[in-house]
Design a protein around this ligand. Structure first.
Ligand SMILES: Nc1c(NC[C@H](O)[C@H](O)[C@H](O)CO)[nH]c(=O)[nH]c1=O
Ligand SMILES: CC(=O)[C@@H](O)COP(=O)(O)O
Length: 154
């Protein structure tokens, strides 16, 4: 049996974090969690981390696509927080964001970690942005670190 899996340190890799500004009081915690993970776990240098900001989650896919096409980065981490309101708008924003980001990863053959919260309430968002349910930004960074190393072995 052969098992292929990868480590988490990536000291010579470049990472782009594409960050939605909407619900910034949540997303900034996701961003800090992601950056902390890249540096502390991945040993990624400060100069190898780039943050790109967009208005909201709906704009993430286009920016992620442009960043991927630049061929400047080894992985992308998309961060945002889509919080259900009183209309079906949540469904459209979250589905288009999710689908678009996934398509970029496949089309560009590049690790694109999904760190976008899609939650029913602010409380759920807070729980997943560094409190009792962890930090989805940090989790996305862990995925990016592993995938960068794994794809080099495939
Ligand atoms: N309601 C949320 C949004 N809505 C804004 C859209 O993402 C987009 O910026 C707007 O429709 C203009 O194109 N965005 C989030 O990131 N989170 C939300 O909860
Ligand atoms: C995800 C959204 O777009 C949502 O926050 C907007 O709220 P509403 O559905 O009340 O307009």
């Amino acid at each position: 049996m052969q098992v292929i899996e990868a480590g988490m340190t990536a000291p010579n890799k470049k990472f782009a974090l594409v960050v939605a500004r909407f619900n910034s009081f949540i997303v900034e915690s996701l961003l800090q969690g992601a950056i902390d993970t890249l540096k502390r776990v991945g040993q990624v240098r400060d100069e190898d981390i780039t943050v790109i900001r967009v208005p909201g989650a709906f704009e993430l896919p286009l920016a992620v696509q442009r960043v991927a096409a630049s061929k400047k980065y080894d992985a992308i981490i998309a961060l945002g927080a889509v919080i259900r309101g009183g209309t079906p708008h949540f469904e459209y924003v979250s589905s288009e964001c999710t689908k678009g980001i996934g398509q970029v990863a496949m089309q560009q053959d590049l690790p694109v970690a999904f760190g976008v919260l899609t939650v029913d309430s602010i409380e759920q968002a807070i729980e997943r942005a560094g409190t009792k349910a962890g930090n989805k930004g940090a989790e996305a960074a862990m995925s990016a670190l592993e995938m960068v190393n794994l794809l080099e072995q495939l």
